[in-house]
Ligand binder design. Sequence first.
Ligand SMILES: C[S@@+](CC[C@H](N)C(=O)[O-])C[C@H]1O[C@@H](n2cnc3c(N)ncnc32)[C@H](O)[C@@H]1O
Length: 106
Amino acid sequence: MTLLVGAMGVKKALEVGTFTGYSALCIALGLAEDGEFIALDIDEEWPSFGRRYWAEAGVGDKVIFRPGPAAQSLNALIDEGHQGRVSTSSSSTPTSEISSPTRRIR
Ligand SMILES: C[S@@+](CC[C@H](N)C(=O)[O-])C[C@H]1O[C@@H](n2cnc3c(N)ncnc32)[C@H](O)[C@@H]1O
């Protein structure tokens, strides 16, 4: 995943469901130097395990963890002006909705 993210020159990535942060680490490691990774999870405790490893791997400053239900967080991101082309992986949450700032996620 790190290789793929690097090859695509990804600058911004969003993950719905971070759990302990392993996939977050893999993606963050492949991001551009000025890249940003937004990690969403309804649970605050599990992603906190990842924090230490994100920092040890030197990507701690690229990872922004936002706790709470994803639909709420995605709508907040839209309100904050985030937008972009989104590729979804295995998540069942319609993250592609974020590509249009006028659409709301229910
Ligand atoms: C299969 S795990 C994700 C695994 C993670 N991507 C990894 O590679 O380690 C699913 C995660 O989605 C989170 N989750 C489930 N429903 C959610 C929701 N409505 N909003 C945000 N996170 C949610 C769970 O707390 C859990 O940590």
